[in-house]
Design a protein around this ligand. Structure first.
Ligand SMILES: [Zn+2]
Length: 413
């Protein structure tokens, strides 16, 4: 007599590649025990995936939970970067911990419902925000750990050399629960001094660095070479990310490829943030408004760890948003005019596996891996991007964290 094994969970009839064979995924003790077709077993939770595409979940490498959902207290007249920074700086003086918690929870719950299982949130820590946003996002990180792993990046949005108190506050946050440090050289009167001060914090606390960088359409004005040089000088290869770098959209492709090679050699990752970049760039143009979105797929093709991320949700930087990375990936593919299968596979990777690598994780589904599994109503990743597939369900560490029962059409006839 053959003993039939019993698992905690089995998800049957799913695909793990585009139009691939139907497989079953068995889970035990929060880990994937087996992936193959026709697993004979009993399970506490037995799910029919009905041909869904299964993968390890979306990863948002760059989001600002602390300043999300503040359109009710901001005015947008110009739609420029300068106005967004100014309006948000004014609004954040009035943030209290409960207010930040409520707004961030709204965004995190939306992200969970859109299949996000990991994110890096920037949190502004400076004399205006105090530690109130930081305390709120630490509670969010803990309260939503059942569904999403949140990294906190202690972030200097409004400069450092002009406001030395911010450096001390970031230093304190890094001793008190922040996971990494983030800088923004283009809002500092001394961008190169800013980069050095951020690296000093990273070295003191042995943490990764994430810069908002080169947010303009000016090909000549760039802090990128300084970040590459500092990364090598400090031995921080593989521990630095940069976001926006919209001026890469204003640089000839041959030069972009050279920059890509220097980023790949320095192990510097790139987050492209299409919703914000499209909204804020090119405001001086009446006609033929430039897109201002860095060609992340081109950099990825040269070995740069690249991702597509949300950045801002419902604030003066981006007065839209639902925290859906699949929608963001579709937006990027549309703006970058991509249609070939290999390009769409790359785009899916930039919100899943490649994005996870940027945060130092592996979300691939394989035996022995963490059983964080998301099902999409789609035959595979490329179709999911093209159609913005519905997210059906998520399990984090083998435990169900989200469920979206099948929509039904009610025909009255
Ligand atoms: Zn940002």
């Amino acid at each position: 007599m053959t003993l039939i094994p019993t698992f905690d969970l089995v998800i049957r009839n799913v695909r793990i590649e585009e139009d691939g064979a139907l497989l079953d995924i068995a889970v035990q003790g929060g880990r994937i025990a087996e992936i193959r077709s026709g697993i004979r077993c009993e399970a506490i939770e037995d799910v029919d995936g009905e041909g869904a595409f299964a993968f390890g979940g979306f990863v948002d490498t760059h989001i600002h939970l602390d300043k999300a959902c503040i359109l009710d207290r901001c005015t947008i007249c110009e739609g420029t970067l300068a106005e967004a920074v100014r309006e948000t700086a004014r609004a954040k003086s009035g943030f209290d911990e409960e207010d930040v918690y409520r707004r961030a929870a709204r965004v995190v719950e939306k992200a969970i419902s859109h299949g996000t299982t990991r994110m890096r949130s920037f949190v502004e820590i400076d004399p205006r925000a105090g530690f109130r946003s930081f305390e709120a996002i630490k509670r969010i990180r803990s309260d939503y750990a059942f569904a999403v792993d949140i990294e906190i990046c202690a972030f200097a949005q409004d400069g450092l050399t002009n406001e030395p108190q911010t450096w001390d506050m970031l230093d304190a946050a890094l001793s008190n629960g922040a996971d990494l440090v983030g800088g923004c050289p283009y809002t500092d009167p001394d961008p190169l001094g800013h980069i050095e001060l951020i690296f000093a914090l990273a070295r003191n606390h042995d943490v990764c660095v994430d810069f908002h960088l080169d947010f303009s359409l000016d090909a000549e004005r760039t802090d990128l070479p300084a970040v590459v040089e500092a990364t090598h000088r400090h031995g921080w290869e593989g521990r630095v990310a940069i976001g926006h770098v919209t001026n890469l959209s204003a640089i000839p492709k041959a030069d972009v490829l050279k920059i890509a090679d220097s980023l790949a050699a320095a192990g510097i990752a790139l987050s492209v943030l299409p919703a914000t970049d499209l909204f804020l760039n090119g405001r001086s143009h009446d006609l033929l408004v430039p897109r201002g979105v860095a060609p992340a797929h081109v950099l990825a093709s040269r070995g740069v760890v690249s991702s597509i991320a949300s950045n801002n949700i419902l604030n003066p930087f981006t007065p839209y948003g639902d925290a859906s990375l699949l929608r963001m990936a579709n937006l990027y593919a549309n703006v970058a005019q991509l249609s070939r299968d290999e390009d769409l596979s790359c785009v899916f990777g930039m919100v899943s596996d490649l994005a996870a690598r940027q945060l130092g994780h592996d979300t691939g589904l394989k035996t022995g891996a963490d059983a964080t599994i998301v099902l999409l109503d789609s035959p595979g990743p490329r179709s999911a991007i093209r159609e913005i597939a519905r997210v059906i369900a998520c399990w984090k560490g083998g435990r169900r964290s989200f469920d979206n029962s099948k929509p039904r059409i009610h025909n009255p006839r």
